[in-house]
Design a binder for this molecule. Structure first.
Ligand code: PHE
Length: 468
């Protein structure tokens, strides 16, 4: 067909629209959707609570190194493979594998599993966030006494019905969006939510920075104290880098399969990484100055968001309004991340079993409600059930961030560096020679082949106590 035919592009577009496989409609849309996956509770909830527990700036420096030498290279690898194969994560690994006999598709299986584990506890935390938006509008949460806010949180998580209902509400919300498809659902939502997220974050940052004694919080965020850095803290920092950038499990492979052929992979992923980092730091700036200003504990851990934050807002003028905005921000951030998590199994069911998206999405959500209820009930009915000394909620979190994602990332880096090979990498990252970025590709290849696998392996082994 002659490309000069003026109607070709139009017809080609129409044809694409009619095929089952969707895609992001513009380069900017792909950037927003991918960023929407990266930004989430990882920034607003995990990053501040883990940095708070592990010495602030020192932890952030390790996190940064992990992002640069592990997270970003794995992200580039995943997007490149997904775009080449144009398929869900399991089929992508099959297609790019040099021989049918090599079981690289198992990386995809691990990815689908990880998506379920993460969604199981993630939807629960988002459930709390939804509950807090509702409760802060009705004014039920504000108290300057940490004992009261802490009791309110315990009341919420230890009531099995509340925990389950909020989680199901979250699942229904996400399913409704994902049913609309890749472009009209995921991309359109991300394009609206990301700008809103920045506006909300800036408002809260300004509020926090203008509190008396805010400087102490900034010092905590930006002056390193390496004495708190244990091997376990380093493993957490690396786990967080995987979790934050949504890598090691096929989310980015799946999203890469929706990217356009002429999109610059290293350039766009670097933008995603930097913006995500910026949002994490802005979240730190929203939280730590306020924590210090009111003399509260920085190392409260996961409850930082749900116990410390309400105490802070109760102590300031218009606190009720800021609290609604804050939890709205968390919900906005989490939405894009959940869409990308659920898309991994939905795309797989859709392509592997030719299930319509709607069916795949509903099956996935029902499965998620089942597995998720193990996490939702882990502070009430199932509180005494532990595996490896952890309740289901903590187990799903630990298994995914600190084991499945790093292992997935390790094998992805080994595959790309040693099996997919330099020629394929070069073609994928230069867009078949269209981009003049050969030097960058060289550097990337050395990192992904040697540095990334070695670092992941070392951190995993030492985090699990092999060297001690
Ligand atoms: N990156 C998301 C966050 O920070 C979480 C996530 C992990 C999303 C893995 C997709 C895959 O909240």
């Amino acid at each position: 067909m002659a490309v000069s035919d003026p109607n070709f592009e139009e017809r080609n577009q129409d044809e694409k629209k009619n095929t089952a496989r969707g895609g992001f409609s513009t380069a900017l849309g792909a950037l927003f959707a991918t960023l929407g996956s990266a930004i989430g509770l990882g920034n607003i909830w995990k990053f501040p609570s883990e940095a708070g527990m592990n010495g602030g700036a020192a932890f952030i420096i390790v996190y940064l190194l992990a992002t640069l030498f592990v997270g970003l290279p794995v992200m580039i690898s995943e997007i490149a493979m997904g775009r080449r194969a144009r398929a869900n994560v399991i089929q992508t690994m099959r297609k790019v594998s040099p021989s049918k006999k090599q079981p690289w598709w198992l990386i995809g299986v691990g990815g689908v599993l990880a998506a379920f584990f993460i969604m199981a506890f993630y939807t629960e935390v988002v459930g709390w966030v939804f509950a807090y938006i509702f409760k802060s509008i009705t004014g039920g949460l504000l108290s300057t006494d940490p004992a009261v806010t802490s009791q309110a949180f315990i009341d919420l998580i230890s009531d099995p019905w509340q925990a389950l209902l909020w989680q199901w509400l979250v699942l229904i919300f996400i399913t409704v969006i994902i049913l609309r498809g890749v472009s009209k659902g995921i991309e359109a939502t991300a394009k609206r939510l990301i700008p809103l997220l920045f506006v909300l974050l800036l408002i809260i940052d300004i509020r926090s920075l203008t509190l008396p004694g805010a400087v102490e919080g900034l010092k905590f965020l930006f002056t390193p104290d390496f004495s708190k850095l244990t091997a376990a803290a380093i493993l957490s920092a690396m786990g967080l880098a995987f979790f934050k950038l949504s890598v090691g499990m096929g989310t980015m492979t799946t999203y890469g399969s929706y990217w356009k052929d002429d999109q610059d992979i290293p350039g766009t992923t670097a933008r995603v990484m930097l913006s995500d980092l910026f949002v994490s730091l802005l979240a730190g700036v929203a939280i730590f100055p306020a924590v210090f200003s009111f003399g509260l504990q920085v190392d409260a851990g996961p409850s930082l968001l749900f116990i410390t934050i309400p105490t802070i807002f109760a102590s300031m003028p218009f606190g009720g309004m800021f609290m609604v905005l804050f939890f709205l921000l968390a919900a906005v951030a989490a939405t894009g991340a959940m869409l990308s998590l659920i898309e991994v199994p939905v795309a797989f069911l859709n392509e592997q079993f030719s299930l319509p998206r709607a069916k795949g999405a509903i099956i996935t959500s029902v499965l998620l409600a089942l597995i998720g209820s193990l996490a939702a009930l882990s502070s009430s009915v199932l509180a005494d059930v532990t595996v490896f000394g952890k309740n289901f909620f903590d187990l799903f979190d630990f298994l995914s961030s600190n084991l499945l994602l790093p292992l997935g990332g390790l094998f992805i880096a080994i595959f790309v560096g040693w099996f997919w090979g330099k020629e394929n990498v070069k073609r994928a990252l230069t867009n078949d020679g269209a981009l003049q970025n050969e030097k960058l590709v060289q550097v990337f290849f050395v990192i992904v082949k040697f540095v990334t696998p070695l670092l992941v392996l070392l951190v995993l082994l030492s985090g699990f106590g092999v060297f001690s």
